[in-house]
Write a protein that binds this ligand. Sequence first.
Ligand code: MG
Length: 351
Amino acid sequence: MAQPQTIAVQCPVPLPHRTEITIGHGGGGKLTQDLIDRVFRPAFSRPELEAQHDGAVVSAGGARLAFTTDSHVVSPLFFPGGDIGKIAVNGTVNDLLMCGARPLWLSAGFVLEEGLAIATLERVVASMAEAAAAAGVGIVTGDTKVVERGKGDGLYVTTAGVGLIEHGLKVGPASIRPGDAVVLSGDIGRHGMAIMATREGLAFESPIESDCAPLVAPVQALLAAGLEVHCMRDLTRGGLATALVELAESSRLLFAIDETAIPVTELVRGACEILGLEPAYVANEGRFVCILPQAQAASALEILSRTAPGGPPALIGHVRAAPSGRVTLRSVIGAERILDRLSGEQLPRIC
Ligand code: MG
């Protein structure tokens, strides 16, 4: 007689076939991935793109370079702890760092709406200059375009960046191994909640400030210490959960995460509860995960506790071989569930 079998059945919610762009296509979740897979990857297919990392790693003249780009449409333009200019610089700087590179040069492209106060632009540009100086990069080229009144939303900024890889490590999803530790650099959810609290007019005892910050110091310190960093990923749009799902799928490995180990401030947790959001999906602009051999996790934590913005850093889980492409989250009561990308848009125009 046949033995009874346990069959794992998954019932993904079907995504309706879209014929137009929706706001959810910009959310970093399932719809964004669908757009990339349907439109961009088939058209631009190249090995550098297939690495599915925060930037491309390319070689030229004997040097290994990281190259990345990011557009910024955050609304409002100014919020506690940052503004569109600070995000535009730090977002690109951090993506270069996630490739294991030292960020060097940035470009800045501006799409301005007719009627925007020049004083507003000056404020954004001053913030970009300050952020670039703090991260040790130069903004060395740029572009300006103007659209008619009503056809933009004040100001959009696109930055691209180039960095130099000065070591022999291959930092990316393909280097992740079973047994690796997953180390988180600090508390999560501040950026998304700072934006949402501003938009919703929520007042707390103390305002939630965005965590927008360059990750130069912690990343350079991890690399300078000679740690065998396998992969890094900043936790921007879609938050920690989406970043881990992307890494699990790209590496075809399992990420087993302990929810109780994830640092979240009381303020952020409270704001998330009011708005019905899960901190693991809320955007950050100055936090990252580092995946490296378990034996080096303690060293990484010690380095991050000295150098990473926010805090405290935490060992939140580890990597296993199977079932491949999955992220499991063990809750306070020991229940385990599978994390997935969000299907729609949780927080539109967060960066
Ligand atoms: Mg990134």
